[in-house]
Write a protein of this length. Structure first.
Lengths: 387, 136
């Protein structure tokens, strides 16, 4: 039985440049000829990563006060509506927000423009008060003129995600991409064995306060994500076979890079944002060593029919099958395609590994673990009118 | 023998000439029409795969050009901003022709323009809108 390592011991090794750090893909390959006990002995930290569209994302912005000052009660950035229900010059711009007249440019694009150093047009209206007499302002802002520019994402990095197919006769446009009719393609979204929450299925090391790679900078897990669900069925490897746990994350956008954040527009769906997230997982003991070593062949997910109401489950497949290019559903061979970038996820896992190797990144014990036994409510209609 | 895909744009006055017949008979070229848009009296566009000897294909293209047909190799009409691509794979989901595929080792996008059939499904499917195809 390998001994149990503490966060402090691992951080000491990281500082001294003596820690052994592998990406989740590398440790999975190592596990082909090394036991969990040997891995727990040898490996200190495993880096995981994902780069995919995460709609529940956005930025907190403080614009600074103008003279005379204004209490911003309606705010537009490049025409995109921002939240106005905070203090005078605080706002939150959601990644998916947009002006219905210009649906292809949204909050994610505003965040990206600011991140790239571009000027963005701010327009704001207020009723005028004794302390905030101004009623209208129109001015250009950029990343240097604003005060706080904080990425705050209520739901990111889903632990597993369902595969999308379409059994109907018509092509449909979804956030899982364009789904051809009659089961002619299948799209999947996680990085499989490299995916952060899949490598810590019981969330033993990822919790409130976990330091992470977020958009090219250091960020933090600050809460469980919305729609956090720990009550879903798991497979033999102990990994949920559908979209389960999530995380809420925060980080300083002024330190981030456009390389790891990307605004996107999905045809007939809307705007979203690709977010680059990397999470280091400390190999504390044999159990964690076993968890981080689980290969794509032992990670499964559900295939859902996005063309039918209620998105019925049609099959269960492994990431090994998904990444092979074909899956079989109801006797039909279907071509698969990813909709999140494994190439970029690998780059993030590698970069996080380098940060750790340089001693530039400390791993952190969660201040508090996530809740257990959570499940979700559906939205019931209490005011429905009978036809 | 080589195989080449071309986009041909016909002027309004060429509608009544059996140009493709001459490609087959005079230049011994096997043709395969992959896509056609014909608006009589206005214009016509064709995606044509030509298979034959290199010099015959060159002569055939010259023959068409002499008849005021604009001929461009397909790859010249496909514009893809590769440097901005994030390798997400969305375009490969719709590319039933197999021109856009993910490399199973690197998971980078690979684009074999010579397999493109100009279905144009990749244009809206790319969430960064990196594809443009000039067909007609």
């Amino acid at each position: 039985m390998a001994k149990i390592k503490t966060y402090e011991e691992i951080n000491k090794k990281l500082k001294q440049g003596e820690a052994v750090i592998l990406t989740a893909e590398e440790v999975t390959r190592l596990a082909q000829h090394a036991s969990p006990s040997e891995i727990a002995e040898k490996v200190d930290v495993v880096t995981t990563a994902t780069f995919g569209a995460m709609c529940s994302s956005g930025a907190i912005i403080n614009f600074g006060h103008a003279s005379p000052p204004i209490r911003m009660e309606k705010i537009r950035l490049n025409g995109v509506p921002c939240y106005e229900g905070l203090a005078a010059v605080d706002s939150y711009i959601g990644a998916t927000a947009c002006d219905p007249e210009n649906p292809t440019y949204g909050g994610a694009h505003v965040i990206q423009d600011l991140l790239e150093g571009k000027d963005v047009l701010l327009e704001a209206w207020g009723k005028g008060t004794d302390c905030y007499p101004r009623k209208y302002i129109r001015t250009k802002i950029n990343i240097k003129t604003i005060n706080e520019f904080t990425l705050f994402n209520p739901r990111n990095a889903y632990q597993n995600y369902d595969v999308a197919v379409n059994t109907t006769k018509r092509m449909i446009h979804t956030y899982m991409g364009t789904l051809l009719p009659n089961l002619r393609n299948a799209t999947y979204s996680t990085s499989g064995e490299l995916s952060p929450l899949i490598n810590d299925p019981e969330l033993r090391t990822i919790g409130i306060g976990t330091r992470i790679f977020l958009g090219g900078a250091q960020g933090f897990v600050i809460w469980n994500g919305t729609q956090f669900n720990t009550s879903l069925p798991k497979n033999e490897s102990g990994i949920p076979v559908t979209s389960a746990a999530t995380i809420a994350v925060i980080g300083n956008l002024k330190e981030m890079s456009p390389e790891y954040l990307q605004a996107v527009y999905y045809e007939k769906y809307g705007v979203s944002m690709f977010i680059g997230i990397g999470i280091p997982i400390p190999v504390l003991d044999e159990d964690m060593a076993q968890r981080v070593s689980i290969a794509n062949s032992r990670i499964e997910t559900s295939v859902l029919d996005y063309g039918t109401e209620g998105t019925p489950v049609l099959a269960q497949v492994s990431y090994e099958q998904l990444q092979s290019g074909f899956i079989k559903v109801q006797g039909t061979k279907i071509r698969t395609a990813p909709v999140s970038s494994l190439a970029k996820a690998r780059k993030i896992a590698q970069e996080l590994k380098e940060w750790l190797q340089k001693g530039a990144f400390e791993i952190s014990r969660p201040v508090q673990l996530f809740p257990k036994n959570t499940s979700l409510n559906d939205l019931k209609e209490t005011e429905a009118v009978d036809d | 023998m080589i195989k080449r895909r071309y986009i041909l744009n016909f002027p309004p006055e060429s509608g009544d000439k059996p140009l493709s017949y001459h490609l087959v008979r005079d230049y011994d070229i096997r043709i395969n029409i992959l896509k056609a848009e014909v608006y009589p009296g206005k214009r016509g566009s064709l995606l044509l795969e030509l298979q034959g000897k290199k010099e015959n294909i060159e002569k055939g293209i010259k023959y068409l050009t002499n008849h005021n047909v604009v001929c461009d190799p397909l790859e010249k009409r496909i514009h893809f901003q590769e440097e901005r691509c994030i390798d997400c794979g969305n375009c490969t989901a719709v590319c039933f022709a197999g021109a856009l595929t993910m490399n199973r080792e690197t998971w980078k996008l690979e684009f074999d323009k010579n397999k493109c059939v100009v279905c144009e499904l990749c244009i809206p499917a790319c969430p960064l809108h990196l594809f443009e195809i000039d067909f007609s």
